[in-house]
Write a protein that binds this ligand. Sequence first.
Ligand code: 8YV
Length: 324
Amino acid sequence: MTDKPRILLTTPWPRRAIEAMREHFDLDVHEGPLPMPEDRWLDALQAYDGIAPTVIDRLPPQAYETVQNRTKVLGNFGVGYNHIDIAAAKSGGLGVSNTPGVLTDATADQAMGLLLAAARGISRGDWHIRAGEWRGWNPIDLLGTHVTGATLGIIGFGRIGQAMAKRAHFGFDMPVVFHNRSRIDPKVTAALGARQLDSIEAVLGASDFVSLHCPGGGENRHLINATRLAAMKPTAFLINTARGDVVDETAMAEALRTGQIAGAGLDVFEDEPKVHPDLTSLKNCVLNPHLGSATEATRTEMGLLVMANLQAFFKGDPMPNAVA
Ligand code: 8YV
């Protein structure tokens, strides 16, 4: 027996983060099947003081009934928490934290990587060689789209959107325009060579690349729909490292198939791990399996930040990254 709080991770984490967690908590790790099945969730809610879920978890409604549950806090491993009903958590008195900041650079790196891969045929060229199709250099094969100096449009100018702007502006001389629900401090905007526009349509119409960095769920579901895809230039690319549901995937697949937009770089999908079948057969999109934060260092930092939040919670202090 131990008097440490009992915590369950709904999926394994990097080793160093698990070892750190074990110093402070009586820790169990659900190894599979993934996502954690509902009956395991229902048992866990009675057996653990806190649970650390991830984006793949489907929480049962009972998760928010804190009076009946032993579980009083969720330390979400990830910055996005659209898989958690925050209103229900608040009304049920369930604490929820997330992991902002530590994954900003990794995710912006991935977004820039997808932009380059989609524009410059980096993934297509790789497949070209593997398929034995390369017959030698020539001046007209696999021509891509020029990136340096092209206009980048960003939807959602929070930490990750700004990190993307920084890469584009300082690394690739790209003029940056963006849309954000609230006004961004003009000093921040100016330092990134960026310009805030009043509507999403204005950003879409002005951009050679559109990168999504807003939260998923709620009113952002299908923010990029058929009408907005039609507002993009036919030469433009859509990059999504935010959440799959921000884009109407069927409409996007159609826009890619008909050439209404030139291409896409996608890290997230509406119904992961399922991917719209049209996307897997189209050559003008690059697909990644939700790798935005996927470096050993970043995933470890995410685990350590979950730990810091849970430690604060069990000490009775405010969690540094509380979202409920
Ligand atoms: C995480 C992410 O790996 O943090 C996020 O919101 O999208 C990813 O980078 C994932 O959410 C883990 O829960």
